[in-house]
Design a protein around this ligand. Structure first.
Ligand SMILES: *Cc1c(COP(=O)(O)O)cnc(C)c1O
Length: 450
């Protein structure tokens, strides 16, 4: 085994030392030698790598350690709002607004006209009122926080009535019964898994009742023999008893998705028109903005929450607020510029052309066939509905699909596909035109001998 000192004196070490410092190169070489020693102990026929190979490995490790851990990936999974991959890509206007807010000072909580302290909601609240028709609005860290704040502020010490068909678990530990308990309220379940009628809610109302809660079934559907009470019915019942109706809409689209060729998803304005006092939804699902939670509704429901200590604990930072404001402005002025809505509206011909372009760039490097594929909106939007898409079905001779997928994940940028019937599918639904040559480069590099 060579000594660290000997390795550091070799000509191959000099450029590394210049780039990364003597101490860093020495520490990395020490780690490599330790690793080799550990593997040699159990090896039948010990083989020590050449010194140049050790230096090359040190260079790779040092360069890798410099790269950010949180990095861009190409989403070829076919799921538009993939929570593991950061949900909605932002519009360029939102990215620019976030960068601008981060670069310097801003009037985050400062009223420029009055020269006095202002509200953090000054940018987003008027836009939310305009876009949804609500009297008032609040934004915070995410929709889970919005639901927790609303229940804590409006129902603590009292009862919240929810249908048994809507006691949803969203994933990542967010379960409606737990959130109600955490908010200090008691859950009163009514109805059955498949059928809940207005009379079930009416029968459950007591002097302790505060809120009638409806929850969007974001990740499942109940088909067949089923019934539920509408927001409008619940609103009439609530009015008669001095209660509030809240709807956790999950993805909370502002736009009607039918013109884009999809099933109807209840929109935020529709819920408010139907009579909901409060609607909660995410900023980074169909809204297409940064991670945030939005509460819109009547003054009676929103205003008591403005002074709640949880709001202070869950408030948005300036960069997210700037990106959210820019996203809302686009919903008002140019919704076609929002990547999520644009991607949801892609036609088959556009997707197929992209897949064919990628397959063409891969000629000679891989076996690439264009196939029809079924993508999904994800993020709790359009549950159970496939989104027609096109994919490149990929095979590289001598590489199992799992190994090809692994190597693509380690490229720069990483490319994430999905495996179906022993082949790797690269779905074009969430891939931009700019990313097509990047994917081709990544596949070529992944196919090279390791
Ligand atoms: C996604 C979702 C949430 C959680 O929203 P986050 O913004 O991820 O915190 C809560 N409720 C419903 C119905 C959802 O679909």
């Amino acid at each position: 085994m060579p000594q660290v000192q000997r390795l550091l004196e070799r000509p191959g070490a000099a450029p590394l030392i210049r780039e990364f410092s003597h101490a860093a190169v020495a520490a990395t070489l020490r780690a490599i030698l330790d690793h080799i020693r550990a593997t040699l102990r159990d090896a039948a026929a010990p083989e020590i790598p050449a010194p140049e190979a050790m230096l090359a490995r040190a260079g790779e490790m040092l360069r890798e350690a410099r790269r950010p851990v949180l990095r861009r990936v190409v989403n070829a999974t076919g799921i538009l709002l993939h929570t593991n991959l950061g949900r909605a890509p932002l519009a360029p206007e939102a990215v620019a607004a976030a960068a601008e807010a981060g670069r310097g000072y801003s009037n985050l909580e400062f009223d420029l006209a009055a020269g006095a302290r202002g509200s953090r909601m000054q940018g987003v609240e008027p836009l939310l009122r305009q876009l949804t028709g609500a009297e008032a609005a609040l934004v915070l860290n995410n929709n889970a926080a919005a639901v927790l704040l609303a229940l804590s502020g409006l129902a603590a010490g009292g009862e919240v009535i929810v249908s048994r068909g809507e006691l949803v678990e969203i994933g990542g530990g967010f379960r409606i019964p737990d959130v109600i308990r955490q908010g200090g309220a008691r859950l009163v379940e009514v109805g059955s898994t498949n059928k809940t009628r207005l009379a079930d809610y009416r029968a459950a109302i007591t002097p302790e009742t505060r809120v009638l809660l409806k929850v969007h079934r974001s990740n499942f559907r109940i088909l067949g023999f089923s019934a539920e009470a509408s927001v409008a019915e619940l609103a009439t019942l609530a009015r008669a008893h001095g209660l509030l109706v809240m709807e956790d809409l999950g993805s909370g689209t502002l736009a009607d998705l039918r013109p884009l060729g999809h099933r109807h998803e209840p929109t935020v304005p529709e819920c408010l028109v139907a009579g909901a006092d409060l609607v909660a939804f995410s900023g980074d699902k169909l809204l297409g903005g940064p991670q945030a939670g939005v509460l819109v509704g009547r003054h009676a429901a929103i205003d008591p929450l403005r002074r709640h200590p949880l709001l202070r604990a869950m408030r948005l930072d300036k960069m997210t607020l700037a990106a959210l404001e820019a996203t809302l402005r686009l919903h008002r002025d140019a919704p076609q510029r929002l990547p999520v809505l644009r991607m949801l509206g892609q036609g088959e011909a556009e997707l197929r052309a992209r897949a064919e372009r990628l397959a063409g760039l891969l000629a000679g490097a891989a076996e690439a066939i264009v196939v029809a594929s079924e993508g999904h909106a994800g993020g709790g939007a359009l549950p159970g509905e496939g989104v027609a898409s096109q994919a490149v079905s990929l095979a590289v001779p001598g590489l199992a699909a799992e190994e090809l997928a692994r190597r693509l994940r380690l490229q720069q940028p990483a490319v994430i596909g999905r495996i179906a019937a022993g082949r790797l599918l690269l779905d074009m639904l969430a891939v931009s035109e700019d990313e097509v040559p990047e994917i081709a480069g990544a596949v070529r590099a992944a196919g090279e001998p390791a």
